[in-house]
Design a protein. Structure first.
Length: 255
């Protein structure tokens, strides 16, 4: 399995920590150079070309913009090199030693039957319908809420569709609720949180501090933008269907 680990080229220490922690899995991986959003946004003329609206109106932080561009670049890599599926992680994530065996078994099962057009979140604090089971044991098909891009599985079809909607940037990379509608992909959730955040206090995060300050303002702006998006002919059929499935919790996605 191809494993991408998103990291800024300059983050030598974080790379070393990730490599030390991830070595317990015996899996090979590749660091993938991310985009320094702080550097990019020092030139508004450059960043504004990549955004749905000017930076000062977007309620997005430079770190979030860089993060979104980094994940977009990984999707492009998956598509351009025709990689069937991949595990995407960030450099502050890790797999607990006690979870390694189960994690590797899960990856084997995933590789034997990859759900089409899907992203499977392997992170914590994600809500889903426990009745919406899939053919992959421990994975549920009705994502409701939760964020985080520090650990997920993605197939080629989902990467291809995400590429068509990520730019121009209007949402954070982990606004899965919006992306599942706009891209028409399936966001699925693994019951067990195999990938953990190694910086829960965000002491080393380039994103969290500025993101928290923007939280309330962004929430209103994002809700308005998402509402408008769901009104369009392209997306509005998905909204009631996904809401109905979340309510009933009885849809079984086939792979």
């Amino acid at each position: 399995m191809k494993v991408f680990v998103l990291s800024l080229a300059s983050d030598v220490k974080k790379k070393a920590v990730f490599e030390r922690h991830f070595s317990c899995t015996k899996l090979s991986f590749s660091f993938f150079d991310g985009v320094d959003g702080q550097e990019l946004c020092r030139k508004p003329s450059a960043s504004d070309k990549l955004l749905y609206m000017p930076l000062e109106e977007s309620c997005l932080t430079p770190g979030e913009i860089g993060c979104a561009l980094g994940h977009f670049a990984i999707y492009r890599e998956i598509v351009d090199k025709n990689i069937p599926f991949a595990l995407v992680m960030e450099d502050d994530a890790y797999i607990a030693q006690s979870d390694v065996t189960d994690f590797l078994n899960f990856l084997d099962a995933y590789g034997d039957g990859v759900p089409k057009n899907s992203v499977i979140l392997l992170t914590s604090n994600v809500q889903y319908s426990p009745l919406a089971r899939t053919n992959l044991a421990g994975v549920y098909g009705c994502y409701k809420s939760g964020n985080g891009t520090y650990g997920y599985l993605i197939d080629n079809e989902a990467a291809r569709k995400l590429m068509t909607v990520v730019l121009p940037i209007r949402y954070e990379a982990d606004f899965w609720k919006g992306l599942q509608y706009s891209a028409g992909i399936r966001i699925m959730v693994c019951k067990k949180s195999y990938v953990r955040n190694g910086d829960l206090l965000y002491t080393k995060s380039y994103i969290a501090h500025d993101r928290n300050k923007m939280k309330e303002l962004r929430s209103d702006k994002q809700a308005a933008l998402f509402k408008e998006e769901c009104k369009t002919l392209k997306y509005k059929w998905r909204n009631p269907i996904v809401k109905l499935v979340s309510f009933l919790g009885m849809m079984r996605f086939s792979s």
